[in-house]
Design a protein around this ligand. Structure first.
Ligand SMILES: Nc1ncnc2c1ncn2[C@@H]1O[C@H](COP(=O)(O)OP(=O)(O)OP(=O)(O)O)[C@@H](O)[C@H]1O
Ligand code: NI
Length: 331
């Protein structure tokens, strides 16, 4: 395997030959959970940009900090979380915004599609009314016109017969329908950014195609940006413009999706791809690292077959810009 320097690009990026500006700019984000005599460093120095019209997919094994990174953007974190760094959305400093202003952004400009559709809908309210609510709150629509729009959305998301489904309760929906209803709710106000956590989780293989189609459909429908958290690498591949790989609270590689699946750079990315059934189902050696006292140097070094003495001592704090990798082997 040859390791070479990758070119570095900055500022704007190019998608479909248009240049897009940065919509979400996360700078040196840290989310630590303070326990009695220790701290869980769930997110530990993440910098990440999402550009207008771009879909960025966040991948990495369980517990690496993906969901915590996602929830920190809208400040939906558990109360024992301590958060540091900067999150700029369209230039607005989200972490310092008064709660009232943030509430306006939640649901209107940034939609959060949570991981668990079973617990995210209110069981005693009709689904139609729940989908209508953000439009009434954020777009000043009255109930009647919001519900008309809901029926259109249900049709778009293939929740049929829409005229009947609009008056049903969550338990009358299948799991897949509930998932799509949440996405419908998230997209109803035409947000600029959607953050979705594991949208294919618990969806069986035969229905997964529909979730994939759904997201591709939303993506085609405007200059919406998406940050999609997933374990599902084939899903990431069909959807993403760029891939960010998270390991032990940090981003270790950011790369254009096509390039990533052809030629992953970080040894962890390679291991992750080699663990796919289509590539031999080779499990990643060793155990997930502790987030209370992560390994010194490169956090992946105890599991890395290429690690040298520098990797064991010095953390590779190489700045990630464009296609790049945080690994001493490329220094
Ligand atoms: N309230 C909390 N208090 C302490 N630690 C927490 C809390 N919530 C999450 N963590 C820890 O933060 C780390 C990151 O969790 P996170 O849910 O972001 O992982 P993830 O990458 O989304 O994993 P998965 O793919 O399984 O969803 C984990 O080690 C988790 O145990
Ligand atoms: Ni998660």
């Amino acid at each position: 395997m040859a390791f070479s320097n990758k070119s570095v690009e900055t500022g704007t990026i190019s998608i479909n030959s248009h240049t897009h500006t940065c919509l979400l700019d996360i700078q040196d984000l840290r989310v630590h959970f303070i326990l009695e005599d220790s701290a869980v460093r769930a997110v530990d120095g993440v910098s990440l940009k999402v550009h207008e019209g771009e879909t960025l997919t966040l991948i990495g094994e369980s517990g690496s900090g993906k969901s915590i990174l996602g929830t920190s953007i809208l400040r939906l974190l558990p109360p024992n979380a301590r958060i540091d760094g900067k999150i700029l959305f369209n230039g607005l400093d989200l972490l310092n915004l008064p709660e009232d202003d943030l509430r306006k952004i939640r649901g209107r400009d940034i939609a959060w599609v949570p991981q668990n559709p079973a617990t995210s809908l209110n069981p005693v309210l009709k689904v139609g009314i729940q989908i209508a609510e953000p439009m009434e709150t954020h777009l000043n629509m009255n109930r009647e016109s919001a519900l008309k729009k809901v029926i259109k959305l249900l049709k778009f998301f293939d929740i049929e017969p829409a005229e009947k489904r609009v008056n049903e309760y969550p338990h009358q929906y299948s799991g897949g329908m509930r998932q799509r209803a949440l996405v419908a709710m998230g997209t109803s106000t035409k947000p600029k950014l959607i953050i979705a956590d594991e949208p294919t989780k618990g969806v069986d293989a035969s229905k997964k195609v529909r979730v994939v189609e759904l997201f591709r459909k939303i993506k085609k429908n405007g200059k919406l940006s998406m940050l999609v958290i997933t374990h599902d690498l084939p899903f990431a591949r069909t959807l993403a413009d760029r891939i960010a790989v998270m390991y032990c609270g940090q981003i270790v590689e950011i790369c254009n999706a096509d390039t990533f699946f052809e030629e992953p750079l970080h040894p962890y990315s390679k291991a992750l791809l080699d663990s796919l059934p289509s590539r031999g189902l080779k499990p990643i050696k060793g155990n997930s690292p502790s987030m209370v006292s992560p390994p010194e140097g490169c956090r992946f070094h105890p599991r890395c077959e290429y690690a040298n003495s520098r990797c064991r001592k010095e953390p590779p704090l190489i700045e990630l810009n464009g296609n790049s990798v945080r690994c001493w082997l490329y220094d």
